[in-house]
Write a protein that binds this ligand. Structure first.
Ligand code: B3K
Ligand code: ZN
Length: 895
C-alpha cells in the first residue's frame, strides 16, 4: 500500500467554485452528469494538468467549455492536460449502485438509493478532486422513476420538482453553502417522514424531517425530539443556529458506521434513529440522542469549518465528540427540558454519570489502541487507508484534548476561543493548529506546549507520591510524567501540559482547603484545583495542612492519562465512601476491584482458586445500600471492570483466567450481598409507563444489575423466577432484554424457550433481531457447548447475512470482541472463525472487514500459546487479503 504522509500536504492545483450534478438513477446503471466551474489555484504550484480522482467509474464523455476534450484514465482517476486558467468541465460517467457492497459511494439498500462520501466515496460517484480543501457550491438534479423512487432528496433547499416522460420525475436541490465533496449526499426511494416546524432563536421557521421506511414511522419521535433539543442546546451553549431552511435525517439499515453529517441531509444507521419502548433499550435511547446531537453539531464544527486534509480529522471529530458529550450531560441533568427542580437536584451526579461512562469507554478502547500496533497521535503522521483512522484516538482522545482546553481556560474562556474560531475561519478548511491558535489568542495564552497532545502518541503516565510533614503541617505531592514503551510509537515523548485536578481529603471525609507554599491565604478557601503540569517532574507543596490527607487525584478525569499512586485498600474504600468528586468515588471502587481481580487472575492462571478478602465486598455493600446515591451512579460503581480493561492491565493476559477471576468475584458479591441485591431489585421496579429519562433508566440499570448478580447464585431458582416474571410483564425492551439475558445465563430449556419466543415476537424488527444474535454470541460457554458452536449455528440461520453490517457486527463482533474468554479458547477455534470472516468481508465490505481485523491486533498481549495461534491466523489473512483497508491493519499487527 502507498503511504500518505502529513508532511506531503500541498494545496490543490485547481479550485472548483460550482458543481452542477444531474443523476439519472437506475439501480444497475446510474448516469451522472457533472458540470464544474474550475479555476487554477493561485496559491498552488503552477500546472496545466488537471488530475481528478475516480474509482469504479465508466467515463462516457468529457468536454471543456462545451467541446469534447482529450483525457486519460489512470489507476486512480482521470487526467486532462493543457487546461485553461478558468473553464467549465463537463463529465458524464456511469456507475453500478446495485453491485456496490462496500456501502461507500452510491449504493442501494432495500431498493432505495443512498450515498456515503466521507472520507473518499465521492470519487465513486464522479471524477473529482476528492479532498476536503476543495469547497464548492452544489446544485443537484435527481431524475428517477416516480413509482419506485417517489422521494428524491439532496443537500440544502428544494428549489424545483416536476414530472418527466416515461413515468419519471425530478427534483432539484441547491445548497447555498460551499462544502467539500465528502459532505455531498443524495437519497432516493420509498420513504416516509415525520416533520415539525420550529421557530429558531432568531425567529425563523425551520422544517425538520426524519425520513424512514413507512413501517418505522412509529419509531421516529425520539430522534425528532433529540434533533430539536440539539438545535436549542447549540443556540444556548455556543450561540450557533441552524443555517438552512430545512434539516433532514434519513435512516438506512445498511450502513458502515453510526451516521453521517452531510450538509442538511444527515444519513443515519437505523440503529441511531428508530426507537419505541417495546423495541429500544435505555442505552439505545441515549445513543440516539447522542448521535443525533453529534451529527447536528457537525454542521458548525465540520461543515461550516472543515478540515484542510484528513490528518486534521480530529479537528472536527474530537471537537464534535466533546460537544455531544456536553450536550448529553446537560440533557441528563435536565437542562434540555424546562424540567422542574426535581430534575435539577440531580445535576452533579447526572453529569458525573455521563463522564464515567465516557471515560470507561475511553480507557477500555483508546488506551488499548494507544498501546498497540495502530497507536497514532490525535493528528496522525501518516496513513495507508484513511477509513482506518476513524479511531477512538481521533474521536475520544480528540474529545478529551478539546475538553482540556475548557478545563484550562474555563467555560467562558473556551467559549471565547470558539467564537474567535468561527469569526476567523467560517467557510474555510483549516487545521488543528488553527483551532489551538484561536483558543490561545482569545485568552491571551501561550498554548504552544499543548501542541504535543496532537503530535505525540501513547497514553501518558503520571506517577504520584505524597509526603506529609506533621511538624511543618505541609503535604508535598510529586508528580512525574512518562510514556510507556510501545515499539509502534515513533513520535516524541516530551513533557505535556497536563491539567491535573486535585483535592485533599481529610480524615472525616471532607476536603481540606488548598494553598500552595508561597500563596497568600484567601478569604474563600478552594477545595478542588486544576494544576498545570508542564515539566517531567512537578512538586506541589501544600501548606497549613492540619492532618495527613488522602489525595484525590485527576478529579473528573481532567486529562487522558494513567495515574499511578500507591493507595492502600483502606484509602480506596475511604475515597469510595467520601470523595466529594463523584468521578473519583467511582474511580476508587474500580481501583479496589481491579487490584483484587488482577491478583485473582494471576492466581487462576497458576491453577489456584481465586479468592477475595472482605474489604472489597464490604465497600461494595456500603454503596449498594446507600440510598442517598443515585441508582445510575450505584450501578456504575457496582459494575466490575470489564475483561477487556483487565487484559490491558496485565503484561501477559490469560483471558480464561481473567474471566474466571471476574466470575468468582461476581459470585462472591452475589452471595455475600444476596439480601441487598434482592432489596435493590424490588425497590427499583418502576410501575407505570416507560420513560427513557436518565432517572428511570438509572433505576432499571440498577435493578437489572441486581438481577444479573442474583442469577450468579448457586441456588438461582428465586432469580430465575424473577427473570421469567420480568420477561413476561415487561413493557419495554430494557427490562425484557435484561430478563432474557438472565435466562440465557441460566441456560437450559428455559433459555431456549425464551429465545424462541423473543425471536418470533420481533421477527419483523431487524434491530431487535440484531440484539438476539448479539446476546447469544456473547454468552458464556459451557464445558460441553463452547459458544463458537452456537455462533456457527447462528451463522447458518436464515436471518443471518454478512452483507448487512449491523447483522454482521451483532454476531461476529459480539463474539470476537465482547466474548473474550470464548473467542480466545486455547484450541484456536475462535481465531479460525475470525480469519474466515475477515476474508469473506474483505471481498465485500473492506471497512467492516478492517474493523473486524482489528480485534486481533493486541495479540502480543496474550500467553505464548495463544500468541502463536493468533499470529498464524493473522498470517493466513495476510496471505490472501485484497483491500488496502485490511492489509494496513494486518501488516501493522504483524510488524
Ligand atoms: N463523519 C462520519 C464518519 C465517517 C466515517 C468514514 N469512514 C460520522 C461522524 O463522525 O459523525
Ligand atoms: Zn463525527
Amino acid at each position: 500500500n502507498p503511504v500518505i504522509s502529513r508532511h506531503d500536504y500541498a494545496p490543490p492545483a485547481f479550485l472548483i467554485d460550482t458543481v452542477d450534478l444531474e443523476f439519472d438513477l437506475l439501480a444497475d446503471h446510474t448516469i451522472t452528469r457533472n458540470r464544474m466551474t474550475i479555476r487554477r489555484n493561485p496559491d498552488a504550484v503552477f500546472t496545466r494538468r488537471l488530475e481528478l480522482m475516480g474509482e469504479e467509474l465508466e467515463l462516457l464523455s468529457a468536454s471543456i467549455d462545451g467541446h469534447a476534450c482529450a483525457s486519460q484514465l489512470t489507476a486512480t482517476g482521470l487526467v486532462i492536460d493543457d487546461v485553461p486558467e478558468t473553464f467549465e468541465l463537463t463529465l458524464v460517467t456511469a456507475c453500478k449502485p446495485a453491485e456496490n457492497t462496500s456501502l461507500s459511494g452510491l449504493y442501494v439498500s432495500n431498493g432505495n438509493f443512498f450515498t456515503q462520501c466521507e472520507a473518499e466515496g465521492f470519487r465513486k460517484i464522479s471524477f473529482f478532486p476528492d479532498r476536503p480543501d476543495v469547497m464548492s457550491v452544489y446544485t443537484v438534479t435527481l431524475r428517477a422513476n416516480r413509482e419506485a423512487y417517489p422521494v428524491l432528496l439532496s443537500n440544502g433547499n428544494l428549489v424545483e420538482t416536476g414530472m418527466l416522460e416515461d413515468g419519471r420525475h425530478f427534483a432539484r436541490w441547491e445548497d447555498p453553502f460551499r462544502k467539500p465533496s465528502y459532505l455531498f449526499a443524495l437519497v432516493a426511494g420509498k420513504l416516509s417522514c415525520v416533520e415539525e416546524t420550529i421557530t429558531d432563536a432568531s425567529g425563523q421557521r425551520k422544517l425538520l424531517q426524519v425520513w424512514v421506511e413507512a413501517h418505522d414511522l412509529d419509531k421516529t419521535r425520539h430522534a425528532l425530539d433529540s434533533l430539536i433539543h440539539s438545535i436549542r442546546w447549540d443556540e444556548r451553549r455556543f450561540g450557533l443556529g441552524l443555517d438552512l431552511d430545512r434539516f433532514m435525517i434519513v435512516a438506512v439499515s445498511d450502513f458502515n458506521m453510526g451516521a453521517m453529517e452531510n450538509k442538511g441531509l444527515n444519513i443515519f444507521n437505523t440503529k441511531y434513529v428508530l426507537a419505541r419502548p417495546e423495541t429500544a433499550t435505555d442505552a439505545d435511547y441515549a445513543n440516539i440522542e447522542a448521535v443525533v446531537g453529534h451529527e447536528y453539531f457537525h454542521n458548525w464544527t465540520g461543515n461550516r469549518i472543515t478540515c484542510r486534509d484528513w490528518f486534521q480529522l480530529s479537528l472536527k471529530e474530537g471537537l464534535t465528540v466533546f460537544r455531544d458529550q456536553e450536550f448529553s450531560a446537560d440533557m441528563a441533568a435536565g437542562e434540555g427540558n424546562s424540567g422542574g427542580a426535581a430534575r435539577l437536584r440531580d445535576t452533579g451526579s447526572a453529569h458525573a454519570t455521563k463522564r464515567i461512562e465516557d471515560v470507561r469507554m475511553l480507557r477500555q478502547t483508546q488506551f488499548a489502541e494507544d498501546a498497540g500496533p495502530m497507536a497514532h497521535p490525535v493528528r496522525p503522521e501518516s496513513y495507508q487507508e484513511i477509513n482506518n483512522f476513524y479511531t477512538v484516538t481521533i474521536y475520544e482522545k480528540g474529545g478529551e484534548v478539546v475538553r482540556m482546553y475548557q478545563t484550562l481556560l474555563g467555560r467562558e474562556g473556551f467559549r471565547a476561543g470558539m467564537d474567535l474560531y468561527f469569526r476567523r475561519h467560517d467557510g474555510q478548511a483549516v487545521t488543528c493548529d488553527d483551532f489551538r491558535a484561536a483558543m490561545a489568542d482569545a485568552n491571551q495564552r501561550d498554548l504552544s506546549q499543548f501542541e504535543r497532545w496532537y503530535s505525540q502518541a501513547g497514553t501518558p503516565r503520571v506517577a504520584v507520591r505524597g509526603a506529609y510533614d506533621p511538624a511543618a503541617r505541609t503535604y508535598e505531592l510529586t508528580l512525574t510524567q512518562s510514556y510507556p514503551d510501545n515499539p509502534a510509537i515513533k513520535t516524541a515523548k516530551d513533557p505535556l501540559l497536563i491539567p491535573f485536578t486535585i483535592g485533599l481529603v481529610g480524615p472525616t471525609g471532607t476536603d481540606l482547603p488548598l494553598r500552595l507554599d508561597g500563596e497568600a491565604a484567601t478569604s474563600t478557601p478552594v477545595f478542588s484545583r486544576v494544576f498545570e503540569l508542564t515539566e517531567t517532574r512537578t512538586t506541589l507543596r501544600f501548606v497549613d495542612v492540619p492532618v495527613e490527607p488522602v489525595p484525590s487525584l485527576l478529579r473528573d478525569f481532567s486529562a487522558p492519562v494513567v495515574v499511578e499512586y500507591d493507595y492502600t485498600d483502606a484509602q480506596l474504600a475511604f475515597l469510595l465512601a467520601h470523595d466529594s468528586d463523584p468521578f473519583n468515588r467511582w474511580e476508587a471502587g474500580q481501583r479496589l476491584a481491579t487490584r483484587a481481580l488482577l491478583a485473582a487472575a494471576r492466581a487462576a492462571a497458576r491453577g489456584a482458586t481465586p479468592t477475595f478478602d472482605a474489604a472489597v465486598v464490604d465497600a461494595y455493600g456500603l454503596v449498594l445500600r446507600d440510598h442517598t446515591l443515585a441508582p445510575a451512579f450505584r450501578e456504575l460503581v457496582l459494575t466490575l471492570p470489564s475483561e477487556a480493561y483487565l487484559i490491558e492491565q496485565l503484561d501477559v493476559a490469560d483471558p480464561d483466567a481473567i474471566h474466571r477471576a471476574r466470575q468468582a468475584l461476581r459470585r462472591q458479591l452475589a452471595g455475600a450481598l444476596r439480601a441487598d441485591w434482592l432489596a435493590v431489585y424490588q425497590a427499583n421496579r418502576l410501575l407505570g409507563d416507560y420513560r427513557p429519562t436518565p432517572q428511570d433508566a438509572g433505576c432499571r440499570a440498577l435493578k437489572n444489575l441486581a438481577l444479573a448478580y442474583l442469577v450468579e447464585l448457586d441456588d438461582a431458582s428465586e432469580a430465575a423466577a424473577l427473570a421469567r416474571d420480568q420477561y413476561d410483564v415487561a413493557n419495554n425492551m430494557t427490562d425484557r432484554f435484561a430478563a432474557l439475558g438472565a435466562l440465557v445465563h441460566l441456560g437450559g430449556d428455559e433459555a431456549r424457550t425464551a429465545l424462541d419466543h423473543f425471536y418470533r415476537m420481533f421477527e419483523k424488527e431487524p434491530l431487535v433481531i440484531d440484539k438476539w444474535f448479539a446476546l447469544q454470541a456473547a454468552q458464556p460457554g459451557r464445558p460441553d457447548v463452547p459458544t463458537i458452536g452456537i455462533v456457527r449455528g447462528l451463522f447458518a440461520h436464515q436471518a443471518f447475512t454478512l452483507r448487512n453490517p449491523n447483522r454482521a457486527r451483532s454476531l461476529i463482533f459480539s463474539f470476537c470482541a465482547a466474548n473474550l474468554a470464548e473467542f480466545h479458547r486455547p484450541d484456536g477455534s475462535g481465531y479460525a472463525f475470525w480469519a474466515e470472516q475477515v476474508i469473506a468481508l474483505d471481498a465485500m465490505n473492506p471497512q467492516v472487514a478492517a474493523r473486524l481485523a482489528r480485534t486481533l491486533e493486541r495479540w502480543r498481549k496474550f500467553t505464548p500459546a495463544l500468541q502463536q495461534k493468533m499470529r498464524a491466523a493473522l498470517e493466513q489473512v495476510n496471505a490472501v487479503v485484497r483491500s488496502k483497508d485490511v492489509r494496513e491493519i494486518v501488516e501493522k499487527a504483524l510488524a
